[in-house]
Design a protein around this ligand. Structure first.
Ligand code: ADP
Length: 501
């Protein structure tokens, strides 16, 4: 057995990655998938396209690189929270997959908050009430698809996040399962007892018969249907994408933290065996469950990160490629006093202000595109610093280094700013496939392909570590200026726009 096959089902693409014994990538196939926006704030995906794209890339990477006989196990990682309901009898979805970004249940969430349900939900699930999480999406399907609620109550429907859907398909409709990392994003799962919570099911009016069985992230104990790849292959590991990336970055010990710089940023801090309750509006989540042992994480998301670079490219037209943001920003020694808050869709953690809007402050007659580009990169680093500082305050854990991945982590200047603002080293691994690697780790550990989780940390090799260079008093001055700018961007649009669909 030479390989672990990792299936990485993301929002914009399905990927299949083969890892060899040395944890090196031996093959990769990828297929873009579409998203639909039927109304403002609504985001849907075709469940059959999700499945067929994932199967296609799995078959492609197997055909190109190896026979199915040389795959020891399959690991799965997936976009989280995205919600599906299907009929158990024929596997037909009742409705499209409702995407994690979908805001159609905003009014319901607002109502639940006003009714005072947030504290108990926070205590049990570690989450906030928000349309982002699955529960209100399930309720929406049950309330809007004709006959759905009766069928669900009769035990004829299955709910799943994308992992569960893929596992249903991969096992030839034999298994209806998930893992705690995915379950902990539904608003229905008690992260302390690691069980579906009857009180929350009641609150969201979700029949328990719809729910998948929760298995450890590793071992998962399922097999692919023999007709798919010519023989049954163990489906041995599973985790949601951000948790998989935490593991894939070898953030195994308490206090290790990773940040993914994509369209937005997702930061997770390993808090060890105990869930940490946030006083700074971060989320408490399950990092993984290996052999029945749960690890917890604090999580914070920044909504606009790499997207501000896209904005420089597509809206301002001052760069042609994302990579040019670095050259343009590096052409000036500093931002010339410009401070840019890219709150295009409000601000996420730790501010959570849906009414904040973008602001560029401190411009003078000398301000150039280069200053604005530099301020845009600084803004990404400032937002990440805000989340990390909230995490440090919440957890009381001293954070000594930040691991990075994601498309925008290719930007050296950005990571140098990050190290400066945080005054800690910021490390970028050689391989950016941390999400796929995390799922491979979970599967490989389960079948003894790799001996131990600790052995895997040696595999995560660094490309470059960025050390703080900026003087602390200068950092303090820049951070203070950023905080001022954030204050000015907040609560801007509350009278002018109603975003509730
Ligand atoms: P996602 O998974 O959210 O689609 P990716 O991890 O693929 O995101 O990263 C893409 C994002 O990173 C885009 O928003 C893009 O603007 C940004 N990006 C890519 N390369 C660079 C770069 N060299 N410098 C800054 N931003 C970059």
């Amino acid at each position: 057995m030479k390989y672990i096959l990792s299936l990485d089902q993301g929002t914009t693409s399905s990927r299949a990655v083969l890892f060899d014994k040395q944890d090196c990538i031996a093959g990769l196939a990828q297929k873009e998938i579409s998203q639909q926006y039927p109304r403002p704030g609504w985001v849907e995906q075709d469940p059959e396209e999700i499945w067929s794209s994932q199967l296609t890339v799995a078959k492609e990477v197997i055909a190109k690189n190896a026979a199915a006989d040389s795959i020891a196990a399959v690991g799965i990682t997936n976009q989280r929270e995205t919600t599906l309901v299907w009929d158990r009898s024929d596997g037909r979805p009742l409705y499209n997959a409702i995407g994690w970004q979908d805001r159609r249940t905003a009014a319901l969430c607002e109502k639940l908050k006003q009714q005072g349900h947030e504290p108990i939900i926070r205590e049990k699930t570690g989450l906030l009430i928000d349309p982002y999480f699955s529960a209100t999406k399930i309720k929406w399907i049950l309330d809007h698809v004709h006959g759905a609620r009766q069928k669900a109550e009769a035990g004829r429907l299955a709910f799943g996040t994308i992992d569960t859907w893929l596992l249903w398909k991969l096992t030839g409709a034999k298994r209806h399962i998930t893992d705690p990392t995915n379950a902990s994003r539904t608003l229905l799962f008690d992260i302390h007892t690691a069980r579906w919570d009857p009180q929350l099911l009641d609150l969201f009016q979700i029949p328990p018969a719809m729910l998948p069985e929760v298995m450890p992230s590793s071992p998962l104990d399922a097999h692919t249907d023999k007709n798919l790849f010519g023989r049954p292959i163990p489906l041995a590991g599973l985790a949601g994408d951000q948790q998989a990336a935490l593991l894939g970055q070898a953030c195994l010990q308490k206090g290790r933290v990773k940040n993914t710089y994509g369209t937005g940023c997702f930061m997770l801090l390993n808090t060890g065996d105990e869930p940490v309750v946030s006083a700074n509006k971060l989320i408490t989540t399950i990092a993984w469950n290996i052999n029945g042992k749960t690890r917890y994480a604090l999580e914070g998301s920044v909504f606009t990160a790499g997207a501000v670079v896209q904005w420089l490219r597509d809206a301002l037209g001052v760069i042609h490629t994302a990579a040019e943001s670095e050259t343009l920003a590096a052409s000036v020694p500093d931002s010339g006093g410009v401070c840019f808050v890219p709150a295009f869709v409000g601000l996420g953690a730790p501010h959570w202000d849906p009414w904040a809007r973008g602001a560029i402050l401190g411009m003078t007659r000398d301000t150039t595109a280069a200053h604005i580009a530099r301020a845009a990169l600084e803004a990404v680093a400032h937002q990440v610093a805000d989340v990390l500082q909230a995490m440090a305050a919440d957890s009381g854990i001293p954070i000594s280094q930040l691991q990075t991945d994601g498309g925008a982590a290719a930007n050296n200047l950005l990571l140098q700013m990050q190290a400066d603002f945080l005054q800690i080293p910021v490390a970028r691994p050689k391989s950016v496939e941390s999400t796929a690697r995390g799922a491979a780790c979970l599967a490989g550990l389960a079948v003894g392909f790799w001996p131990s989780i600790e052995a895997l940390s040696d595999h995560c090799q660094m490309d470059r570590v960025f050390y703080p260079q900026m003087k602390p008093d200068k950092v303090a001055q820049k951070r203070a200026q950023w905080k001022q700018a954030v204050l000015r961007s907040k609560n801007w649009n509350n009278q002018q726009e109603n975003t509730t669909p």
